[in-house]
Design a protein around this ligand. Structure first.
Ligand SMILES: NC(=O)c1ccc[n+]([C@@H]2O[C@H](COP(=O)([O-])OP(=O)(O)OC[C@H]3O[C@@H](n4cnc5c(N)ncnc54)[C@H](O)[C@@H]3O)[C@@H](O)[C@H]2O)c1
Length: 414
């Protein structure tokens, strides 16, 4: 495919999805009614979310849809009463489902997002909200013109640490914050690239609906490695900024109530394991924001010593949030949030430890389905963090500084 036809193709597939003329009306839930949930995509993350939903009181998992037979079987073992389907459209036709959890690969999020909203269901959509900027615009628009309850899988938006940071910032303890440093570091054994998963022997063309996985990407022969390891390839993934930076950028944006960045820069490369992947494993991202703020995020897959964290550097104090060397997903690393006064401007200030409790992100979504309130990670933060991630990737791929206007007028490329 030539570059032009490829671009046209992407434009058509990105913008040519479902038309939104009317939304089916959803069931009105009483305080004691069970919220009935369906899931699209029950792979690694989907199975973690499946366990979470089973633990939320007064929620019931009714059905799942996945294009890979093995995943349907695994889900059925975890929740024997559920219906398993091989096509997400059949799941969305079910009248007895109130909300849908989407945990498919990144390049299919927009399709599943839009189809779910247009079926009149509430939505929990894994991060990053979309694979591209035009998709993010379209999803935001669809969400705003619906009355659906939408939670993005940015679970750290429900953390007590974020509540502490917001409070300290609101109370003026940090003064004028001009810079936020953030980082995320992991390591992997020699010869085993980060994220690479073994291909199960039953991952064959007979057991996978490859066309549904491609979701309109240029036709290509079934490739089990790409299906299982979609994260490594631009066609399906946004690499580490959409896998991990997005969590931290969303967190920083929420703490400081930030809009989308005005510009992004990103350098790096494939330095850790040259295993055929396309997305970089070593990154330094700079995001410019209005009102005198620069946010940096750096990441390596070659050293885990400093774990992950964010430092808000203000004229009157510092807010430091750190977690250990483990990833954010499993929540198994020690997490601290602390405030340190700057003696120059707050000579009598005292250091503080954050002690606000975490909320359960999944339970928050279910509660909001009942109350119709806005969840902790609404579409708006999903949108802004997605734009920041895509601007960073554009800067990396074009090897230049990218402004918001340029990013929004650039067609996404594989
Ligand atoms: N919030 C978090 O902390 C967190 C952690 C890990 C992953 N994630 C996100 O979750 C998503 C899934 O990641 P993963 O690691 O579980 O990937 P995965 O490949 O393990 O799972 C994806 C699942 O989707 C299925 N699938 C593919 N195409 C489909 C289609 N058209 N319809 C229905 N099902 C389809 C696959 O068969 C697979 O079971 C990604 O967006 C990822 O970024 C979020």
């Amino acid at each position: 495919m030539t570059e032009n036809t490829r671009r046209d193709f992407i434009k058509r597939t990105v913008l040519g999805t479902t038309a939104f003329l009317a939304y089916p009306s959803a069931r009105v839930l009483g305080a004691n009614d069970r919220v009935r949930v369906g899931m699209i995509g029950v792979g690694g993350r989907g199975q973690e979310l499946l366990k979470q939903i089973l633990e939320v009181p007064n929620a019931q998992l009714v059905a799942i849809a996945d294009v890979y037979g093995r995943r349907r079987d695994e889900a059925k073992q975890m929740a024997p009463g559920i219906q398993t389907l091989d096509d997400h459209r059949r799941l969305l036709e079910m009248n007895d489902i109130d909300g849908v959890i989407v945990a498919s690969p990144l390049h299919i999020h927009a399709r599943h997002f839009l189809d779910t909203i247009s079926a009149g269901k509430d939505l929990y959509c894994e991060k990053t909200m979309t694979w591209s900027i035009p998709e993010a615009e379209r999803c935001l628009q669809a969400a705003k013109s619906s009355n659906r309850v939408i939670q993005i899988g940015l679970q750290h938006e429900s953390s007590g640490a974020l509540s502490s940071a917001k409070k300290w910032i609101k109370d003026g303890l940090a003064g004028k914050i001009t810079q936020v440093e953030s980082w995320m570091s992991r390591n992997t054994p020699h010869g085993k690239g980060q994220w690479v998963r073994p291909v199960p022997p039953d991952c064959t063309a007979a057991n996978v609906n490859w066309q549904a996985f491609l979701n309109g990407r240029p036709d290509q022969p079934f490739d089990a490695y790409r299906f299982i390891n979609w994260r490594l390839f631009w066609e399906f993934s946004g690499g580490n900024v959409t896998e991990n930076m997005v969590h931290q950028v969303a967190w920083i944006m929420s703490a400081l109530n930030l809009p989308v960045p005005t510009a992004a820069y990103m350098s790096g490369g494939i330095f850790s394991e040259k295993d055929g992947r396309e997305v970089p494993d070593t990154l330094a991202v700079t995001l410019d924001f209005p009102n005198d703020l620069v946010v940096t995020w750096q990441s390596t897959f070659n050293n885990s010593r400093y774990g992950l964290g964010e430092r808000f550097l203000g004229s009157d104090g510092t807010i430091e949030h750190t977690a250990g060397a483990n990833d954010m997903v499993r929540d198994n690393s020690e997490e601290t949030i602390r405030y340190y006064p700057e003696k120059a401007n707050r000579p009598d200030g005292a250091a503080l430890n954050g002690d606000m409790p975490d909320e359960n992100h999944m339970a928050n979504w279910i509660e909001c389905i009942r109350s119709r309130k806005t969840p902790n990670a609404p579409v708006d933060v999903g949108y802004r963090s997605a734009i920041a991630a895509h601007m960073a990737n554009l800067a990396y791929r074009h090897k230049q500084r990218v402004t918001t206007a340029v990013a929004k007028s650039t067609q996404p490329e594989f």
